[in-house]
Design a binder for this molecule. Sequence first.
Ligand SMILES: NC(=O)c1ccc[n+]([C@@H]2O[C@H](COP(=O)([O-])OP(=O)(O)OC[C@H]3O[C@@H](n4cnc5c(N)ncnc54)[C@H](O)[C@@H]3O)[C@@H](O)[C@H]2O)c1
Length: 372
Amino acid sequence: MLSASRTFLRSTAAPTLRAQRRHATSVAAFNGQKNAKGNYIVSMIEGDGIGIEISKAVKEIYAAAKVPIEWEDCDVTPSLINGRTTIPEPAVKSINKNLVALKGPLATPVGKGHQSMNLTLRRTFNLFANVRPCKSVVGYKTPYDDVNTILIRENTEGEYSGIEHTVVPGVVQSIKLITREASERVLKYAFEHARSINKDRVLVVHKASIMKKSDGLFVDTAKEVAKLYPDIKVEFELIDNTCLKMVTDPAPYEDVVMVMPNLYGDILSDLSSGLIGGLGLTPSANMGDHVSIFEAVHGSAPDIAGKGLANPTALLLSSVMMLRHMGLDSYGSKIEKAVFDTIASGTANRTRDLKGSASTSHFAQEVIKRLA
Ligand SMILES: NC(=O)c1ccc[n+]([C@@H]2O[C@H](COP(=O)([O-])OP(=O)(O)OC[C@H]3O[C@@H](n4cnc5c(N)ncnc54)[C@H](O)[C@@H]3O)[C@@H](O)[C@H]2O)c1
């Protein structure tokens, strides 16, 4: 059985990583079974906006690469049941059956309307850890050539608990919920993940100087969890300091696995994306004990939706993380190499966000040509 933690190694680890010390872990391992045709079934949520275009590109590339999976499309149009934003039952059944899903971005109305379906999915399937690797892309020049960070974001609570109310008109309270249980779970995942990718430092990013109780609990829990991993050093840094240091020189962050409460992870991962060329390049994995959902870090990009301009790389690299999670490493590596070779081949084959002129479908066809 494959460990999910271990599976991210090959997509994110620099070749210079120390030692061959590998520790398999059963945290968030994939337990899916192939069907009679020898394929895994994967739930597919195409998503909103550019989700339609980039999912189509993924499906075309997977068909060309003959990946042994079958897609099961899921409709996650939200419905309100007893005042709660709810995922349609067929989608819940599909994901619970297949144990793995690839997801396009889902738009969330601002300041009104239904709760975020992204949050609803994370809560419904208890996807407690959001893993966000961010690595410089060879062939696409940015101010830094050596970004190689891995950030793990607590995915179920914190500032995203959705507990808000109006105290009196003009005064609103939003509750940041931090529990020892959820903190412990994501921190353990971070330590396990560090072990599995041969890193011996975990950096806990927080703001316990101000949020002494909530972030204080996260920090205290980290100190407790660290005792279970004597081979891994735990370090602490304030979120504002991390932002400053990372944009000044990201190289030192290659050696650590960062872990942090929800909002900090959301912001810091976008910051990291900016360092390597933008949101079109950064994948992520939402890990749970039972189910895992893989998705790009970016949103539905309404400004370019339907125009054939979207870069499918982030969703493709998320799908590569998914394939490694499922033990389909060779297919993952083949697709990953074809994607990077296409980006490196020049501006004619790159999408506009990477200063190129290619459409989404042109990029997909170029990736297909490079599938060895
Ligand atoms: N996980 C998710 O599903 C997710 C994540 C973030 C935002 N959202 C939702 O998406 C909607 C739009 O959010 P936003 O505009 O703040 O962020 P966004 O990520 O959709 O877009 C930010 C900018 O990045 C560009 N961009 C993003 N992905 C790109 C890609 N693949 N190729 C080329 N350019 C790309 C967009 O054109 C835009 O200029 C909102 O409703 C938001 O709630 C969803």
